[in-house]
Design a protein around this ligand. Structure first.
Ligand code: A2P
Length: 339
């Protein structure tokens, strides 16, 4: 049994990676429709050894696809996802457009697969924010074992989270600076090369950025627990691929670092670095991989039921494309087998 699939944003960073992962995982595709704006329509992408023409999303008949991967930005999803859903195309949306709608499931397959069934409400499933996904991958086994009351988290997020233009800006600023040329900032509020910027997305009235609040809202929704407190600081760093996160977790009952390592070692999708000096980084570990890496697991010396850890994952893969494809695989396995 195979499916007709469209990818909206097929020429973008996440869309391209989705297409690569569909091929790598041998996803059961009958026909692939790569979609973008009129700017890229008429171009070609490669899939399973074939060149496939990119189509203008504006003219697409959504009833031709049973599954749609959307990653062209929030406004584009707002415009097309309801139409696609009504036409019978089940949308897996990478933007934040529908994440906080009560009738749209927000899914990390290893964490809350049961939520997926609610896709039937609107034929829309939301993929969480990249920082939330990797954090919850590591938190869920601990949450299930001893409960978590509070998480303090600081992120170290790569520029690929801002799309291709953001990556180009880091590359250009870096080479310009090394050649003694002046630099210009377009995608970030400060120079990103050789710098660290404690702002991702816009500032909200409470003084937190929207990226930070996404981690708060999404954690509660995915765990189905409004009592889990999340206190985030989201920071952009001059790294191309992979987000790092430093976490301080307060658990409901004390748990040793050894017990946490054991729990996480048995959880799906995680790679645990057992020795302190084997900590994971973006380069060499997480970048280009689908797993979430956890290291520096240690007891908090300032709190009697606290655990600290360092989490790294590829934001374009597990943080976006891989998670979306896993959602589609779960959808097929649990809900579309009658096709
Ligand atoms: P296009 O190539 O036509 O601009 P990234 O996140 O890497 O910046 O990529 C954004 C993706 O979203 C691209 O594939 C881009 O296609 C697509 N996109 C942007 N605007 C639109 C639009 N109005 N309609 C359809 N796709 C769009």
């Amino acid at each position: 049994q195979k499916f007709d699939v469209c990818v909206l944003g097929a020429t973008g960073l996440v869309g391209k990676t989705i297409i690569e992962i569909l091929e790598q995982r041998d996803f059961p595709i009958n026909k692939l429709y790569p979609l973008a704006s009129a700017r890229s329509a008429g171009g070609f992408i490669e899939f399973n050894g074939e060149s496939i023409e990119v189509l203008d999303a504006d003219n697409f008949d959504w009833s031709q696809a049973q599954i749609g991967f959307f990653s062209a930005g929030g406004a584009i999803s707002a415009k097309y996802a309801p139409i696609a859903g009504d036409a019978g195309c089940i949308v897996i949306d990478n933007t934040s457009e529908f994440r906080y709608d009560a009738d749209v499931p927000l899914v990390v397959p290893e964490v809350n697969p049961q939520a997926l069934a609610e896709y039937r409400n609107r034929n829309i499933i939301a993929n969480p924010n990249c920082s939330t996904i990797q954090m919850l991958m590591a938190l869920k086994p601990i949450y299930d074992e001893v409960g978590i009351s509070r998480v303090n988290v600081s992120t170290y997020q790569s520029v690929s989270g801002g799309g291709k233009e953001a990556m180009d800006e880091l590359a250009k600023q870096t080479s310009d600076l090394l050649c003694g040329k002046p630099v210009e900032s377009k995608n970030f509020s400060r120079q990103i090369a050789f710098n660290v910027i404690p702002q991702i997305d816009v500032f909200l009235e409470n003084g937190y950025t929207k990226e930070e609040m996404k981690m708060v809202w999404e954690t509660k929704k995915i765990l189905g627990d409004d009592n889990v407190l999340v206190n985030p600081t989201a920071v952009r760093v001059p790294v191309f691929f992979g987000h790092g996160e430093s976490l301080h977790i307060e658990t409901n009952a004390p748990i040793s670092a050894e017990a946490v390592k054991e729990l996480l070692s048995n959880a799906p999708g995680l790679v645990v670095c057992h020795n302190d000096e084997d900590f994971p980084t973006q380069i060499g570990d997480a970048s280009g991989k689908d797993e979430t890496y956890v290291g520096r697991i240690r007891e908090d010396i300032s709190h009697n039921s606290g655990i600290n850890m360092w989490i790294v994952a590829d934001n374009v893969r597990k943080g976006a494309a891989t998670n979306s494809v896993q959602i589609a695989e779960l959808l097929i396995k649990d809900h579309l087998s009658e096709y």
